[in-house]
Design a protein around this ligand. Structure first.
Ligand code: UD1
Length: 431
């Protein structure tokens, strides 16, 4: 039976109904990292041998990337949480626009295609709701490696001149530590002749994960995880079997779910080191944190306001800004959240306000006056992480919330409602 909010909008969209005032308890398991798995899938283009990826999350973005690779001639075999990819019959260096459109990470194909085939033609990923998200640093890096790159009619065409079609190593300094640009350059440089250095490289764990897998394939990369990465080009890469790292953003989302419901939870299959800045902010809020080798237990106390500024890793991740703001909306006192990575990542504020939150936005900062209790409302997440924020707010609110935006959520969270319900959440997915 559609509820009043659905009828008044006249459109029935997939949504969650979330009974609030949840009390969560128990253990919850984290899946493999979306942002790692996506880029590791494209790295399979660099070898004719089989890449077996384990701990791959079941997400619509992963499915989308699979379809793009399939369209280029990559053979794919999928079983629960693992994926075998073989690019020995790679036939096409132009992923089709219809598949690429809507999956930003598809642009990652450009580096390995150039390195392997000497050419690539990829539609520009375009902006998205959270900001413009240019790819100029990717393109500058590829040009520095000797590629000729043009952008016309929304398509990036890149080719390597000369009969050998081989990129050549170069010293590259990034203007900003872009995760995607660092990954693109890494994948292009592994098969280039000579040495490449990337300075001001992104230090995110997903970059380290990519470098680790490429090294397992026979590449020679050092320094990943720090600001300077050195790549000595090799002739050929092999297949390998590789475990994707745990998703630190999913883990952070569960930690915040515990904090916002004032519940004790154990988050399993995580790398605690990847969450240091988030754990520090949770401690600052008043949560006790117990860390084991691959699990984190959070025991929330009274939650107090804290200030947060998003930063490149190891700073506080922009992808947890919206979920953390939902928590701060329920904290004692005032918090200031400043978004430094994206220019338009405050859209969740209006939705949190619908649930009673007291938040003022000033440019890229939000001033949050915590209130004792959010109240349920129909809300819509406008992007992946803001939808997650709405789910967390719904768990804590008084009453039953309706959360739309599941098309975004399913891009990046594997069965979020199933996992939250297994620890006491009351979330129903409705078509
Ligand atoms: C990746 C993540 C995304 C996360 C982001 C920042 C994937 C698939 N996605 O996105 O979830 O939010 O890192 O941690 O891994 N920039 C430029 N010029 C460029 C490239 C980037 O100015 O050429 C700017 C962007 O506008 C943005 C900032 O750099 O302000 C960070 O972008 P980047 O690190 O490139 O993010 P992505 O790799 O797209």
């Amino acid at each position: 039976m559609p509820n009043a909010a659905t009828i008044s909008k006249g459109i029935l969209k997939p949504h969650f109904e979330i009974k609030g005032l949840s009390n969560l308890s128990g253990d919850v398991e984290v899946s493999g990292a979306k942002n790692s798995a996506l880029v590791l899938m494209t790295a399979s283009l660099l070898t004719e041998e089989v890449i077996s990826l384990n701990n791959v999350p079941e997400l619509t973005d992963i499915k989308g990337m699979g379809e793009i690779l399939l369209a280029m001639g990559v053979e794919l075999r999928q079983s629960p949480s693992s994926l075998e990819l073989c690019a020995k019959n790679l036939k096409n260096s132009e992923p089709p626009y219809e598949l690429v459109n809507g999956l930003r990470a598809s642009f990652f194909c450009i580096g390995p295609l150039l390195g392997k085939l000497g050419q690539a033609k990829i539609p520009l990923p375009g902006g998205c709701r959270i900001g413009a998200r240019p790819v100029i640093e990717h393109i500058k890096g590829l040009k520095a490696l000797g590629a000729i790159v043009t952008v016309e009619h929304g398509v990036v065409s890149a080719s390597v001149p000369g009969t050998a079609k081989k990129l050549r190593g170069s010293a590259i300094v990034l203007d900003c530590p872009s995760v995607g640009a660092t990954e693109t350059i890494l994948m292009a440089a592994v098969l280039a002749s000579g040495k490449t250095t990337i300075e001001n490289a992104a230090q995110e764990p997903e970059v380290q994960d990519l470098a680790n897998m490429l090294n397992k394939m026979g590449a020679s990369i050092s320094g990943a995880g720090g600001p300077t990465i050195t790549i000595n080009g090799v002739e050929k890469l092999n297949g390998c079997s590789y475990n994707v790292i745990p998703d630190r953003i999913e883990a952070g989302t569960f930690l915040i779910a515990a904090a916002i419901t004032r519940s004790t939870l154990r988050i399993k299959s995580v790398f605690p080191d990847h969450l240091s800045s988030v754990l520090q902010k949770l401690r600052d809020c008043g949560c006790a944190i117990e860390i084991d080798e691959d699990s984190i237990t959070i025991i929330p106390g009274d939650i107090n306001g804290v200030d947060i500024t998003t930063q490149p890793f190891p700073g506080f991740p922009t992808d947890l800004q919206a979920p953390f703001m939902a928590l701060l909306a329920t904290a004692k006192g005032t918090s200031v959240v400043t978004e430094k990575i994206y220019e338009n990542r405050m859209q969740h504020v209006a939705e949190l306000q619908r649930m009673g939150a007291s938040i003022r936005v000033q440019g890229n900062s939000a001033v949050i006056e915590g209130i004792p209790q959010l109240s349920a409302a129909p809300v819509t997440g406008g992007d992946l992480r803001s939808t997650a924020a709405m789910v967390l707010a719904g768990l804590a609110a008084k009453g039953t919330s309706k959360v739309e935006g599941l098309n975004h959520l399913d891009r990046g969270y594997a069965e979020l409602e199933v996992k939250l319900n297994s620890v006491g959440g009351q979330i129903q997915r409705l078509p």
